[in-house]
Design a protein around this ligand. Structure first.
Ligand code: ATP
Length: 244
């Protein structure tokens, strides 16, 4: 049994079939890259896994337990943490306050202990010089690292990243990728990430799923999927120039 199993998941929005029977299994500790053109259904899949939407049909299981349509807070307790394409830190709070709140949300801790842990995390993710800055004032690249630090503070079992590298220039991507590699090495976190930057998909993925028009078109080892003529025709042929 895989850690996370998505079976026959469908979801429509007023006649638009965003997901048409998606089957994906994810092993514990695996890093799964999810690629596909705009509108392929990637974000809707995340929404169906993390409880933002209930699927119309199909099932999602975690460790064999049915979590289909469970509420976001129940899934958060089960260890699902998600980042969004548009980041959502509390803009008027400082970086340190944001991470302290995330640490506290894991359970009852004294404010002092939570703050200490938050400081350690911010040092680890290279954000110590921004500890006192309000989150809204940070440059995009730093906000992305803050979003990842917040995810780390929640100690995820399954982490879902939605285009965490979007809007970053290549030199800004490297520290984010290093952080994700470290997460894999040191925390053994199971990671599902949606990404258009193919260099990052190649670097991080143990396996890749390519979605097209609400369905899985190809899946397997990263080199095989990226060389698959159907993937090139449906996605890479159009976008690889920009994405690579
Ligand atoms: N809340 C919603 N209401 C209506 N339609 C939606 C909603 N969410 C997604 N859709 C539609 O479902 C389809 C799949 O969208 P989705 O955002 O999942 O694609 P995506 O692969 O994540 O694309 P992108 O790479 O642009 O983020 C699209 O046609 C989209 O317009």
């Amino acid at each position: 049994m895989s850690l996370l199993e998505i079976r026959g998941v469908t979801k429509s929005f007023r006649g638009i079939r965003a997901l048409r029977g998606v089957d994906i299994s994810v092993e514990e500790g695996e890093i799964l890259g999810i690629i596909g053109a705009n509108g392929a259904g990637k974000t809707t899949l995340f929404n169906c896994i993390t409880g933002a939407f209930a699927p119309d049909s199909g099932a999602v299981t975690l460790d064999g337990a049915d979590i289909t349509g469970a509420k976001t807070h129940v899934l958060a307790r089960a260890g699902f943490v998600r980042t969004f394409q548009l980041m959502r830190p509390f803009g008027t709070m400082t970086t340190l306050e944001n991470i302290t709140v995330a640490v506290q949300s894991r359970g009852v801790r004294t404010e002092h202990a939570a703050r200490e842990e938050a400081e350690e995390l911010l040092i680890r993710t290279g954000l110590e010089r921004w500890m006192g800055s309000t989150s809204a004032s940070l440059p995009t690249a730093v906000q992305k690292r803050l979003e990842l630090t917040r995810a780390l503070a929640l100690k995820p079992r399954v982490l879902l990243l939605d285009e965490v590298l979007a809007g970053l220039v290549p030199s800004e991507r490297a520290p984010v990728l290093d952080l994700l590699e470290e997460l894999r090495r040191e925390e053994g976190v199971t990671l599902l990430f949606i990404e258009h930057i193919m260099a990052a998909v190649r670097q991080l993925s143990d396996r890749v799923v390519m979605m097209d028009q609400g369905a899985v078109l190809a899946e397997g080892a990263v080199d095989d999927v990226l060389a698959d003529p159907r993937v090139i025709a449906a996605y890479l042929g159009k976008e690889y120039g920009d994405a690579a």
